[in-house]
Design a protein around this ligand. Structure first.
Ligand SMILES: [Zn+2]
Length: 525
């Protein structure tokens, strides 16, 4: 018996040692990364309509890694900044993407985050100026994969050029966006001289024609007697949708384009990992028009879930089950419509840019003399001062900024005003909001003043908007699903900036050059 026990112990020891010695199995690498942004999709949209999701969002929520407390680090929660952060992990202070558009001091013109006079649109109105990622100063995860050298493809798709271009990065094979002037899917000469045949074919099918004169009915409407959310027919009693982009059909067109890209570009079948970055824009257009509390938001959210289910099914079928890593987030949330808030005894209201700029100009004129102090066309929340005037009068810029800031801060419902000097030198109140503004400041591009309104106040004259570091704008979904991902609900606070370094770790590639997130190791299998 004693010998038997000894033998068992030895066997046990050998087996245990063998297990200890076995190298850890690296998780299977995905063949395709499907990186999805829903434009203007607040975190609470996952909760509010959860019981009605049975498609793609439901699949991600049930089988994926779900982060319940993901926020952006930056203050300027707008589309270009959210999309540039998504796959770079970089804040605007490093990526250089400080807003959707800004005043370019060198040329004296307003530029967008992706406008590029050196390029032309391909596939749209002949001769129209194109777009490119040249203003993005950092790499994306797909760029890092490409720089590693393995054969891989990256495609970006959205209605908006910035949302197609910025996640895909510099080395993308193409970014395609919807050009409403020509009603075509287009790209720019930055990527290629001509549209590929499959895009030409889709354009020749004129997908938009399916929706001419259509009514947007509830997703579960039994027949045409239901009340439409809006109509594509102008001049009726029903609200006019405005454009195809501002209906769920805009998203349907994006999804159709994504399916064509997957099959035509053979995504998921290259030696290296492929990337498809898809941004669903219509949620944003609808959200701006009606606000988060309108029934149309429930409808388009449920339709988004259904549409994502279709896309995920297609991806599995094309790239093979379990070969795709899906990551989904949103570029920002949205504020309630101020009038809706007021009715329910919540704070909120609208601010007038002209009034604020008038106060600033008045204070500067009083102190330093008359002049066109503010550059015309400056954004309401980030005025640019006329630096030539400051220099001609031999003034100290920091002092001029300070006088302007004091005037702006005196306007009712302006919560804070930072100057460029404050942010550049760190002379700010030490809290999360100041940090968010510091991370949003990039000297060569930013304005002179940074205005933050009180929560629920907007600079817009109608509808609603986003763009501040309050929770309703910066708390968004972050969901992962696919090989190597441990499903579960993760309640700890994370930054959306963590997505990029996490993808880099999962794919075994360099972290993007400006990434400032951490690797979400808790979701690794
Ligand atoms: Zn957006």
């Amino acid at each position: 018996m004693a010998a038997n026990r000894k033998l068992r112990l030895i066997l046990c020891f050998l087996i245990t040692s063998a297990l200890w010695a076995a190298p850890p199995q690296p998780p299977r690498k995905p063949r395709l990364v499907l990186a999805i942004v829903i434009d203007q999709f607040r975190y609470d949209y996952l909760l509010r309509f959860r019981s009605e999701y049975h498609g793609g969002l439901a699949r991600l929520l049930d089988k994926g890694a779900v982060f319940t407390d993901a926020h952006y680090l930056h203050a300027t929660t707008v589309t270009a900044v959210g999309h540039s952060t998504f796959l770079t992990g970089a804040a605007p202070s490093v990526s250089g993407i400080i807003a959707n558009e800004w005043y370019d001091r060198a040329t004296g013109a307003t530029v967008t985050s992706v406008s590029d006079a050196a390029t032309k649109v391909v596939g749209g109105i002949p001769g129209a100026t194109g777009s490119s990622p040249r203003r993005l100063l950092v790499s994306t995860v797909p760029d890092e994969v490409k720089m590693q050298g393995a054969e891989s493809k990256t495609i970006g798709i959205s209605i908006k050029d910035r949302s197609a271009i910025l996640p895909a990065g510099h080395m993308a094979d193409a970014a395609y966006w919807y050009d409403s002037d020509s009603s075509n899917w287009v790209t720019s000469t930055y990527y290629r001289a001509e549209l590929p045949e499959w895009v030409k074919k889709l354009n020749s099918e004129h997908p938009y024609r399916r929706f001419i004169g259509a009514n947007w009915l509830p997703f579960d409407a039994k027949d045409d007697s239901a009340k439409p959310f809006c109509t594509m027919v102008a001049g009726t009693e029903v609200r006019y949708c405005g454009s195809l982009e501002a209906t769920p059909w805009g998203n349907e067109m994006i999804e159709e384009m994504a399916e064509r890209a997957i099959s035509s570009e053979n995504l998921g079948h290259h030696a290296g990992v492929d990337f498809l970055a898809v941004s669903l824009s219509s949620n944003d257009y609808v959200g701006h028009a009606v606000g988060p509390d309108n029934p149309a938001i429930r409808d388009i959210s449920i339709r988004t879930d259904i549409l994502l289910g279709k896309l995920l099914d297609f991806v599995d079928q094309q790239a093979g089950d379990g070969n795709t890593l899906v990551v989904l987030s949103a570029d920002h949330g949205v504020a309630p419509v101020p009038e809706v808030n007021r009715k329910r005894n919540m704070p909120g209201g609208r601010l007038d840019k002209d009034v604020i700029n008038g106060k600033i100009a008045e204070a500067l004129t009083k102190r330093f003399g008359p002049g066109a102090w503010i550059v015309p066309g400056s954004p309401a929340n980030m005025p640019y001062l006329d630096l030539k005037l400051v220099s001609t009068l031999k003034l100290n810029l920091a002092e001029v900024q300070h006088v302007a800031a004091t005037a702006a801060a005196g306007v009712e419902h302006i919560a804070r005003v930072y100057t460029a000097q404050d942010l550049a030198t760190g002379a700010v109140q030490q809290d999360a909001i100041s940090r968010a503004f510091t991370l949003s400041y990039y000297g060569p591009r930013s304005g002179d003043l940074f205005l933050l309104q009180e929560p629920y106040y907007l600079f817009d004259a109608s509808g609603t908007s986003h763009g501040v570091p309050y929770n309703y704008d910066n708390h968004v979904p972050v969901l992962f699903l696919g090989p190597g991902i441990k499903a579960g609900t993760y309640r700890g606070a994370i930054a959306v900036n963590d997505i990029a370094p996490t993808l880099a770790a999962l794919l075994g590639t360099n972290e993007p050059s400006g990434s400032m997130g951490r690797v979400l190791t808790e979701i690794f299998q």
